[in-house]
Ligand binder design. Structure first.
Ligand SMILES: [Zn+2]
Length: 91
């Protein structure tokens, strides 16, 4: 079976690290790993520059939470963190 590409290129962007051109990529289909994880990124940017330390750039707003137990634990964790931050801020 030929190896299928797992992503599709949907646009371009600029790398915030080196200022070079990046490729905007999205998943063609979700893999098992993404489905089992608490979340995955619906799109991300890939930097071409071989000298750049940043190869993939992900944004929080592109994060998709999965509807599974790992995701629920992650959400609880995030809410706990928000509560902690809130308590710290009002002191
Ligand atoms: Zn870069």
């Amino acid at each position: 079976m030929p190896k299928q590409k797992k992503y599709t290129v949907t646009g371009e962007g600029i790398c915030h690290n080196c200022g070079g051109k990046t490729q905007k990529r999205e998943h063609v289909a979700l893999t098992d790993r993404q489905v089992r994880a608490p979340f995955y990124y619906s799109k991300w940017f890939y930097c071409y520059n071989p000298n750049c330390k940043t190869t993939t750039i992900m944004h929080d707003e592109d994060r998709v939470l999965n509807n599974n137990s790992a995701s629920r634990q992650f959400k609880d964790y995030q809410e706990d963190q928000l509560t902690l931050d809130f308590i710290r801020n009002i002191k």
